[in-house]
Design a protein around this ligand. Sequence first.
Ligand SMILES: [Zn+2]
Length: 505
Amino acid sequence: MSLARTWSVGLVGLAGGVVEVEVDLSSGLPGMAIVGLADTAIRESRDRVRAAVINSGMDWPNRKITIGLSPATLPKHGSGYDLALAVGVLAASEQLPAGTAEKFLFLGELGLDGRLRAIRGVLPAVMAAVKSGHQQVVVASDNGPEAQLVGDADVWVGASLAEVVAFLRGDQEGQRPVTVAPPPEIEVPDLVDVVGQAAGRLALEIAAAGGHHLLLTGPPGAGKTMLAERLPGILPPLTDEQALEVTAVHSLSGNLPRGSPLIRRPPFESPHHSATMPALVGGGSPMARPGAISRAHRGVLFLDEAPEFGRGLLDSLRQPLENGVVSLHRAAGVSTFPCRCQLILAANPCPCAPATGDADCGCSSVARRRYADRLSGPLLDRVDLQVSLPAVSRRALLDGEAQREGSAQVAARVVQARTASAARLSAWGRQLNGDVPGTVLRDGLRLPRTALASAEMAMDRGLLSVRGFDRVLRVAWTLADLAGLSSPRGAEVDAAVGLRLRRIG
Ligand SMILES: [Zn+2]
């Protein structure tokens, strides 16, 4: 037989499609041509695949080799097709038993010496394979545990092309992935370490309970970063479905631990303010990669010294945060990544970042205003909670030991509040107060006028926009859920208005 076929997967963003690999050997000038919208990396794989086959002790057919990748409309990138191409060539040249190659789907890059290397994005690729009815998947040993996360997949692994071929020939028993026991729960920073900062702790708890975005202002050393790092520790652990979603994104970033890749904790991403747009929201070419906002999916995106990021970069986050997805348009297609994350912005009160946090630092009020203005605009309008933190006094450092609560206690209240909001909001298909549309707040969840007095007054004075009013209502509902109330009273609305109006500068 001089025609063989096998399977692999093409990914665009997190979406994958099964690719049929057909190999035809014919008489004609020896050489190898790949047809079907392949990028340069795939065309370069010709030489890799040839070297790998020869160095694995097999024969390279001295004929004209034509490889078709279909559907031709699906863009195909990278080196992950190497293994499928090699197996296809070996099958077409009758070095494998007839019919074996097409029973499996192959994902992996080959080294010149025939070693089988791990690739990025194996998890979403195997998900796509199983969805299309290809359960029998062969990957590199290092990718095995990740591929195994897809429940219905039947995963085989190999460390080299020679091992895979021995398995396909039936000379050697197939190998299964070796999953390492997950490491003891990675230390998540605990709230018990935070001294003082009652307002900051409360804001963090409200943010966790309602899924609200949060702005923390205060002098350096006030504990903004400490607090932000502790948000994942008071969020509920990811559900099985969420864990797979998050792990799939990190699989594309190529930063999963090898032996036990499943991410169970809400992630925490803190890009530096010198980050580029592609680093923050995703990008790159030809295959777009997820940015920090997507790596923070189901977790926390922390922007320290937020005004330093600049307006353009901050505003670019608004649409993705609102939609929960980032869409990146490339010549090769539109890549879509999820980005349902909670944003925490931290800012110093003025550009000189005074250690004491008082007003005597020498910055003029104009300079302070200009600094604060860098944060204003559509993004800040999405931030329900805006809290300024005082500098930590020596007194608090000495006295604070006795009554500090740890993350576990706070997390228990967060779960309770989230259960209450999920029950109430299920009618609108929502779970968190931070996600409730304004129309629902003002209609289905309308509060009595008496409870709204302070918010309406702030609106009349022009201190609160219509959107700001909605945000106040969302926080008021979270305060009610935390307090175990069936709906917010005047006190919760007052508190929510207070949290909203405390701006920097
Ligand atoms: Zn200053």
